[in-house]
Write a protein that binds this ligand. Structure first.
Ligand SMILES: [Zn+2]
Length: 1027
């Protein structure tokens, strides 16, 4: 589970008020590039940067450049192979963007000339020379996903090394570790001091030499090594800080097959950010501050807690010992083996050595004052831990985890391999949750819930638990070889979270959530800044690795698995997965391994051929239908939003097109299938067929355009009888027509014409989709000086959905689907100020406060009610008091969103500063607060200023490229639609240089603003005419 992903995604989509309003990625689009350098509107780098840009010197000094060329070439080759297109225009500009390293790079020995012209001259000469060398040698691809394309070893480049901290040459020159040494077992002893916030450690690594070598290179970051011994002899450790590597060199060769032991003693500070071995604090019920120490290692922070080979393919076993004060408990991946009292009075807990080989990013330990509840489930002891005062909120998580553990044991046909499974709620935790093997860590809001909470609140908890548990197989047991294939872990965990809950907990009604997530992934994937699910380009720097945690990896990955499962005959998908798990358990894989496993058991044509078209290219297809009598012609093209309508790639997909028609349209047995492999193909239907609906239940990852006549026939059919199509098919039509309007293929008038039918719509999925799409348009207009249009848009929404909004019941509602529908309708109604809604909300709020909060507000209505209350002075202040005191996490989050929805500028500024400060509001909530504040008119301007001014403090807490940063960039910029804002955003991000200018999310933001601008230019007139 997601280091950043699903949990936060789930939280944000559900949590941020008018949840439909949060994601307005709908208006995004982009040209076909991933780097700013190619963006013609992006300002060119200034001359200073060109002269001193350290990456250029790196080419010379360390020979880094070859990696870039390598990767560029891989990218080039695989894409060209796949797409059969020319990549001439994208050869040389991709930048390495090794930002964090650049910043810390020590002064190097190359010239520091005094005159700029001299520098430029030398630079150019040097650059040309080094490029030539690099092109000639093309080395270091040790251990990359595709292995070494060239026979050259890296020997010639060994002359080109960076300098260690002590001035000696560092014996390695690549970001990825050499494959010559493999760790077998780690013996870790750690003694954290929760008063001084430091720790000491000893790491003993048993390793085996794979190829003769003169060096051992591993990762270490922010660790102060005091003493090192190799085979019991004290040795000198070299450190190259920019790449977080340390090394020991030897005069002679270590021989292949030799077993060695490296022992390192060190001290370090507990981290004050959210990764590594970090400290966290909270106030207990007496108000006293309590501290704890916990770990978050994915993707690359284990190296901050102990020196290690910190890449997912270096699996090993681990034995952990933690020394602690008696008042705390210690937890790690494995059950505790013994506790020893030390002479100092401290206690040392020793945990069993792991019974499985695992990647470093899955190691975890915690020292805290937690309590737990437990249950035995088929030979595994399942426990849920929390701070003592929240113990009563752990039962639901325990029940859910226990049931899902049994489910996965059965469905994967391999038992969970450890004897215990802990789920731990950590008070201040960045990600939604983290799937550490045997010790899953969560935000409190992702794990704790009251028994009497609504099913909708429980749905979020179940979602996160199901995701993390699925990882114990997909991710932990079978692990991606490198982060470029992260989707093999996250796409699967996301897929199984829905699949398991839809089977085991049908009352949680996950089908609608999964559908929304698929729409969300499409919005991002229709931009040029998107990336293939399985990335063949460079993923090396921490920033690039962090950026892999996004909705393409999670939700598109899951969507492709859904599509494949619904395409293959019953049972074959699971059979293929079992084959994959059996074959690769305990080891690492690349995407092709998965497709080959499934192809081996599937009776159909090659699954590899089909799926490679989906995982190796970015984007997805638009299928256009045109019909002449019984002849239906299908045409595919890349659904790429752009402002110039000229960028068209020649991408082709193997599309499993499904369809139903008017004579049989809603039952699963009506579905027919046709595989579209070429640009166009024709299928025959009976002349009497009145209409076709493609992509049955929207299980395929593509959008369909039916042409004027096709749309008209479908619209007629829906006006006659809404239930002629399933609710998910109706939602799919609404989603598709809005998308086509953004692409410029249908007019907004046609969109409104489809929406006419929705006055008769009562199902959750189509209603929430329509509200979400309309709210996005509304919010965009709301941020422009279009007062008249805003009023008319509001009148349109209320005209269509007002009666349904007014007829909603405000009592306790049992069904999740009804709760989703009701909360979506009422949140929009109240935010648009519909009297009936605000009156009811105010009345409920008063009952709640007058009863001293014993007269509960139904969970699904809380956000609407609190947000109405927060608009008044007294309401806002009383909510703030409640926020400080309440221990109910789901309620707390909704109160926070309500507080952030205020339109009062002073309060907006206060809440932004307070959350960044931490304390009353945990800093973990910053992305949520920012996205909520951004929805409002006043907020969206303040928040942009705030982000600009606070950028450096923000990236101290949230790593550049991380999901939190992606979310912050998106929510602060995605409602801009003017040239002025475009230039403003460009200017700000380009000034960041290595502090974030190269992030994909920046590219996405610029694309989105341009598309918003374009959409406005094209549609304002229509809106004036037709609203
Ligand atoms: Zn995950």
């Amino acid at each position: 589970a997601p280091y950043q992903g699903l949990l936060i995604e789930a939280e944000y989509s559900r949590a941020s008020l008018p949840r439909n309003m949060i994601e307005n990625s709908m208006f995004e689009e982009e040209p076909d590039v991933v780097d700013l350098a190619k963006d013609s509107t992006f300002p060119a780098l200034d001359p200073d940067e060109v002269v001193y840009e350290p990456r250029s010197s790196r080419l010379l000094v360390r020979g880094l450049g070859e990696n870039d060329l390598d990767d560029e070439e891989e990218d080039y080759e695989s894409s060209a192979r796949l797409l059969g297109m020319s990549f001439m225009n994208r050869s040389s500009t991709r930048s390495p963007s090794a930002s964090p390293y650049i910043r810390q790079a020590p002064p190097r020995s190359c010239s520091r000339p005094s005159a700029r012209m001299l520098v430029v001259g030398v630079f150019i000469l040097v650059l040309v020379t080094s490029m030539a060398m690099v092109l000639y040698f093309l080395p270091g691809c040790t251990f990359t996903k595709t292995g070494c394309p060239k026979a050259n070893s890296s020997t010639p480049m060994e002359l080109v090394y960076p300098k260690s901290t002590n001035g000696e040459l560092f014996p390695w020159n690549e970001l990825r570790l050499p494959a010559s040494v493999r760790p077998v077992n780690y013996d870790l002893s750690l003694t954290p001091n929760l008063t001084s916030m430091t720790f000491t450690g000893r790491t003993i690594i048993n390793m085996i030499i794979q190829h003769n070598t003169k060096r051992v290179v591993l990762h270490s970051s922010e660790i102060n090594i005091i003493k090192a011994t190799f085979q019991s002899v004290e040795v000198k450790v070299l450190e190259y800080k920019p790449w977080q590597q340390i090394a020991v060199s030897f005069p002679g060769d270590l021989k292949e097959g030799q077993v060695c032991v490296l022992t390192l003693d060190y001290t370090a500070n507990l981290s004050h950010t959210y990764d590594g071995f970090y400290n966290s604090s909270y106030n207990d019920k007496t108000g006293a501050k309590r501290v704890l120490a916990a770990t978050q290692f994915e993707p690359q922070a284990a190296r901050k807690a102990f020196p290690c080979f910190d890449e997912p393919a270096f699996k090993a076993t681990f034995l952990v010992r933690i020394t602690r004060e008696p008042e705390y408990i210690a937890l790690s991946n494995m059950p505790k083996a013994k506790t020893t009292t030390l002479p100092s009075g401290m206690l040392e807990d020793e945990f069993e050595q792991t019974s499985v080989n695992m990647s470093t990013y899955l190691v975890a330990f915690i020292v805290a004052n937690f309590t737990s509840i437990t249950r035995n489930v088929s030979n595994t002891l399942v426990s849920v831990y929390s701070v003592p005062e929240k113990k009563e909120h752990t039962q639901y998580a325990l029940d859910t985890a226990s049931r899902l553990l049994q489910f996965y044991n059965t469905v994967f046909d391999i038992d969970y391999p450890l004897r215990k499974l802990d789920l731990v709620a950590i008070p201040d935790f960045l990600a939604g949750a983290m799937e550490n093997w045997g010790l899953i860590t969560f935000r409190e809001t992702s794990l704790l819930v009251q028994n009497q909470s609504s099913l909708l609140d429980k749905q979020l908890i179940a979602n996160v638990v199901a995701h993390e548990l699925a990882h114990q197989w997909f991710g932990n047991l079978v692990t991606m070889r490198w982060w470029n294939d992260l989707w093999l872990s996250e796409g699967f965990a996301t897929y199984w979270q829905y699949a398991s809950l839809m089977t085991e907990f049908p009352q949680l009604y996950l089908g609608n959530v999964f559908l929304e997530e698929r729409f969300k992934a499409m919005a991002k994937d229709s931009l040029n800044s998107s990336h293939p699910v399985s990335v063949s380009a460079q993923v090396n720097t921490p920033e690039q690795v962090s950026e892999m945690f996004d909705s393409i990896t999670y939700e598109k990955g899951a969507s492709l698995l859904l599509m494949l499962n619904s395409t293959l005959p019953d049972g074959q998908f699971r059979k293929g997965l079992l084959e994959y798990l059996r074959q690769y358990r305990g080891s690492n894989t690349v995407t092709d391994d998965l497709w080959n496993s499934i192809t081996r058991v599937a009776v159909q044509e090659s699954v590899s051929d089909m799926m490679r078209t989906w995982t190796l290219q970015k984007g997805f297809p638009l299928v256009t239908v045109s019909r002449k009598g019984g002849e239906v012609t299908l045409t595919q093209e890349h659904f790429l939003l752009s402002t110039d309508n000229t960028t068209h790639t020649s991408s082709l997909w193997h599309i499993p097109v499904t369809y139903v028609n008017d004579s049989c349209s809603s039952a699963p047995s009506c579905r027919q299938m046709f595989t579209l492999r070429n640009k166009t193909a024709t299928l025959k239907v009976s002349e009497s067929v009145k209409w076709l609906k493609l992509n049955y239940m929207n299980t395929g990852f593509y959008i369909v355009h039916y042409g004027d006549e096709g749309w008209a026939a479908l619209i007629d059919a829906l006006k006659t009888d809404v239930s002629t199509l399933t609710p998910h098919d109706r939602a799919s039509l609404i989603h598709n027509i809005f998308s086509l309007s953004r692409l410029g293929r249908v007019s907004f008038r046609q969109v409104l014409s489809l929406l006419d039918y929705t006055t008769n719509e009562t199902e959750t999925a189509p209603l929430t989709e329509a509200l979400s799409q309309l709210s996005s348009v509304y919010r965009l207009l709301d941020k422009r000086p279009e007062l008249g249009l805003v009023a008319r848009m509001k009148a349109y929404i209320l005209g269509h959905f007002g009666p349904l909004m007014d007829s909603q019941d405000w009592g306790v509602e049992e069904s999740v689907s009804s709760q989703e529908r009701r909360s979506a309708l009422l949140e929009v109604a109240c935010s648009l100020g519909r009297q009936n809604c605000t009156d009811q909300a105010t009345a409920l709020y008063e009952q709640w406060t007058n009863s001293n909060q014993t007269n509960r507000i139904p969970g699904d209505l809380q956000r609407a009610v609190f947000s109405v209350a927060a608009q008044s002075d007294s309401g806002w202040l009383s909510l703030l008091d409640t926020y400080r005191l309440t221990t109910y996490d789901s309620e707390k989050r909704k109160i926070l969103q309500a507080l952030a929805s205020t339109q009062d500028p002073r309060r907006i500024v206060w809440i932004l500063n307070t959350v960044l400060e931490g304390g009353i509001i945990h800093t973990q909530e910053l992305p949520l607060v920012i996205s909520t504040v951004s929805d409002g008119f006043a907020g969206h301007l303040f928040v942009w200023d705030f982000v600009k001014e606070s950028w450096d403090r923000i990236i101290e807490k949230f790593p550049v490229g991380s999901y939190s940063i992606q979310s912050i960039v998106k929510s602060t910029t995605s409602q801009f639609s003017t040239q002025t804002h475009l230039e403003e955003v460009q200017g700000f991000f380009s000034s960041l240089k290595e502090r974030g200018s190269r992030m994909r999310s920046v590219q996405e933001a610029l694309e989105t603003i341009r598309l918003n601008q374009h959409w406005m230019d094209r549609n304002l007139a229509t809106l004036r005419d037709w609203l």
